[in-house]
Design a protein around this ligand. Structure first.
Ligand code: GLN
Length: 483
């Protein structure tokens, strides 16, 4: 499973006149066409050809562009002017974005060409990409298994080598978990590091856009373009990115805390991958110790009691009046009701109902307000742990990719899949899923990801650490067999 040419390498080739941006676009489009059965891509950008030509003209004029001609897919909840943004939902089936999200615009400014939009769980609610109105994205390592979610299409696109890098969004694990299921890197930046302007909101206090890639170098390249203050996002931080493009870190003396609460209930292959990663870190001179964060047992409950209320309020705007499809009725109330009833899938409807309930008077204090208190306790506990450790580590998921259909009839089992990831969003911290091993299940090798968590604004540390792990041979990067 070789690593295909990286974004860094493709940009170098364009700058060196070994290839052109339009040629890279044509090649990406034919890979996307050949991989259509994976259902990773839900729409193509009609403007991509013109963008590729414009990038080439800039290169020909001598402009140095960090992502010159790099083809990229973005999750279908990130607006790109003139392209459909469906968020994996029937309710937005006819919606075309009138503007471009800041993150996507930054990529384009740096010379990337946005080829199209990647499949996702409806409104980013899910852990398998099975709730998409476009149908599920298939895991290229085993098509009978889920891609993970909600940014499944983006993870599949990188794992199948359709584009070297892609963007997803992570509210409770939606970049990291599909990255771990598909055997690629997935980074969830510190809350506020990457602008959310133009990202269709699921739970605004938790959402962050993040990259998928095969190498630490590509993560650094992308984050240097994506991160930075944006006046269009009130929560955007003034924290200029300083990701080293030569990323290998000396791991000697690094204090690594293994979160005890993540050690029970993992499959044997996940446990073995974690232990092998820790052994390699110890071998490189890191100090590895266990640490307990007892409040993590409330993380799933607190997360869903915060994410669903925020979603119920964010999704109120989809009533058929302004955005997307409208089902007509005898009066405005009936039109709105029918539009939402037919436009939203069952999981989204369930979350709007639970979220509205948790916010309603009489229940607010018992549910939403209590969850917010737990959120504070979790954030404080992380801050305390970072007094002793430089990074914390857990598996990204307790198990590798599960079978399609296995959890669709049991929402609580689907929610529990996020047990290792949601607390990081509650605390606003950066975390990276590193492709670190495999577990063979029914004769098929499935990727396993290990999650590293850093203090707020120390995203750079995670990427350097990944470079160090690559140098140690821990990282198992590359496309799925057959791609
Ligand atoms: N699976 C989690 C959820 O359904 C996380 C989703 C996400 O990060 N967007 O809420």
């Amino acid at each position: 499973m070789p690593v295909p040419p990286t974004a860094a390498e493709l940009a170098r080739r364009v700058q060196a006149r070994e290839t052109t941006a339009p040629e890279l676009l044509t090649a990406a489009l034919s890979r996307i066409q050949a991989a259509r059965p994976l259902n990773a891509v839900v729409s193509l950008n009609d403007g991509a050809q013109a963008q590729a030509q414009a990038v080439q003209a800039r290169v020909d004029r001598g402009e140095a562009l960090p992502l010159a001609g790099v083809p990229i897919l973005v999750k279908d909840n990130i607006n790109v002017s003139g392209t459909a943004t469906t968020c994996g939902s029937r309710i937005l089936a006819t919606y075309v974005s009138p503007y471009t999200a800041t993150a996507a615009a930054r990529l384009q400014q740096a010379g990337a060409v946005i080829v199209g939009k990647a499949n996702m769980d409806e409104f980013a609610m899910g852990s398998s990409t099975e709730s998409s109105a476009h149908g599920p994205a298939l895991n290229p390592w085993d098509e009978a298994r889920v891609s993970g979610g909600s940014s499944g299409g983006s993870a599949v696109a990188v794992a199948a080598g359709l584009t070297p890098v892609a963007l997803g969004s992570d509210t409770g694990g939606s970049v990291r978990q599909p990255a771990s299921f598909c055997g690629v890197y997935g980074l969830k930046p510190t809350y506020g590091r990457v602008s959310r302007s133009g990202l269709v909101a699921y739970a605004s206090s938790l959402d962050q856009i993040g990259p998928f890639a095969h190498t630490a170098q590509d993560l650094a390249l992308l984050m240097n373009v994506l991160a930075g203050h944006d006046p269009l996002d009130a929560t955007s931080l003034h924290a200029p990115p300083a990701f080293a493009t030569v990323t290998a870190d000396d791991l000697r003396g690094l204090r690594v805390g293994v979160i005890q609460e993540s050690l029970g209930g993992n499959t044997p292959g996940v446990d073995a991958t974690l232990q092998a990663t820790l052994d390699a870190l110890r071998g490189a001179g890191a100090q590895v110790a266990e640490v307990s964060l007892p409040e993590l047992k409330y993380a799933i409950a607190a997360y869903y009691l915060i994410a669903m209320p925020e979603a119920s309020s964010n999704l109120a705007r989809f009533d058929g009046m302004v955005y997307g499809a409208r089902v007509s009725g005898s009066d405005v109330t009936e039109a709105m009701t029918l539009t939402r009833e037919r436009g939203f899938g069952p999981e989204v409807q369930r979350r709007i109902l639970i979220g509205t309930y948790a916010l309603s008077s009489g229940y607010y204090d018992a549910y939403y307000s209590k969850a917010m208190k737990v959120r504070r306790l979790i954030a404080d506990r992380f801050a305390q742990a970072f007094g002793q450790f430089d990074v914390l580590v857990t598996p990204t998921s307790p198990f590798p990719a599960f079978r399609r259909g296995e959890k669709t009839s049991d929402p609580l089992a689907m929610y529990a899949a996020d047990v290792d990831t949601v607390a990081i969003n509650l605390a606003g911290l950066p975390a990276l899923s590193v492709p670190a091993g495999f577990e063979t299940v029914d004769g098929v090798r499935l990727p396993v990801g290990i999650q590293f968590i850093a203090p707020a604004l120390q995203d750079e540390r995670l990427v350097r650490l990944a470079g160090g792990l690559e140098a140690l041979g821990v990282v198992q990067a590359g496309v799925a067999p057959g791609y």
